[in-house]
Write a protein that binds this ligand. Sequence first.
Ligand code: FRU
Length: 474
Amino acid sequence: MRIWAAFMGVLLCGLVAAADERSEGIAKAEASTRAVAALAKADPTRPIFHVAPEAYWTNDPNGPLLLNGSYHLFSQHNPYGNDWGHMHWAHFTSPDLVHWRHAGIALWPSLSRGEEHCFSGSAIVGPDGLPRMFYTSIGPKTPADTGAEQWMAIGDAGGMHWEKSPKNPVMTLKLHGDLAVRDWRDPYVWKEGNEYLCVLGGEHEGKGAAYLYASADLEAWAFRGVLCEEPEAGRKGSWECPNFFRIGDTWVLIISRDGVRYFTGDFDIAAGTFTPKHQGTLDLGTHYYAPNGLLDAQGRHVLWGWATGLAGDHWNNCLTLPRALTVSTAGMLRSTPVPELAGLRSSPLPPGSALAPSCEIEITIPRGTRGLSGIRLENGGKEHGTQTFAVDWNANEVLLGAKRYPLGERDGDAMVLRVFIDRSLVEVYLGDGRALTEVWPGNGQSKLTLETFAEDAAAKPTVQAWNLAAIWQD
Ligand code: FRU
């Protein structure tokens, strides 16, 4: 009896200590971010309709989840500074994918359990109706390159309070037997029939790859094999943040490494083999990485990316707009900003009006035969210069700022460009589903002026523009 009581006492102390550490870890991190939130908010270059923690560093979107009709989204976050470090998961909630609340910190590194970082991952509702997060646990004894572990956290019914599972680690490198996998991280978990499947990124024998695992209960996992490896000889580096999902009959694998690529093809579930048939670049820009997505309430696959390279006063980076994905008949992955974003629009601006530094412009360019047609945006004074978005009908190219891209498939007889400018970030969407994320050289204060031009009068663009409101409801 006495031994039993002592055992219970030790167990209880352990649980209390873990709970204390959790509360302390989260409270300290939230206080740190909140202490500078007003400064970050006051920076005129900080985007207002893109998701980000209240202050400091953010990187990858993590664990997007639809739970009881509400959307939960998380992001890699350093609550202690403007650079990468101390990876926590910041939490955001939304009723509609467009209006968001900051929900503090969901996941913190448990220092007493040897964690230094909670790396990227995904979320899923478990068999008991409670949500689970899967993420990569990193610490001095479990280094990212050779010792990463996969951990699970269990949420309450509302997804607002997360506890780490006593079963952790739920996956270790031992699963691979003789296969030496390095930089093993970023679990992406989904349900397929009666079992749960997971893909993780990494590399073996110098080749980036995605690896497949299966589980009946989300706790005991088995390695099913290499799902896909780098097909290009000489292309180096581990694959990060794999996402693997079906759109219609097509399976899509997205991976990040020196930009974001996708493969579309067939997946033989029983054999665990993926046969890619097409591949492409998910975003044409140089400021997009590590996307993560979910199946939304309408059955759309919606994806957020990390918009990189945007530092300001006590903030650094944000997530991109939510993009709905579809697959074209040619196997290309198309991205379209979710139509709900129209809920942020002002009334349409009368032609010739100046635009606020956070705005949306829709440009329709009828087919032309020669020269350039498009818009020029004077970006808040001479010191910031002019940006052009246009089509070059001689070269059959699209001009987006300083860069040119081949003209792709087009919507009927007109090229439609949608441009979202958010103070220091721009996202451009082409009618054929290509997207581009870039830094916008705005000062965030000056209005933008817009003029249309066309060397071929038949290809004179028409423009609709709106100022866009902030997404934050808190
Ligand atoms: C991608 C990435 C992930 C990792 C996370 C760490 O940007 O390197 O592979 O989990 O960032 O913050």
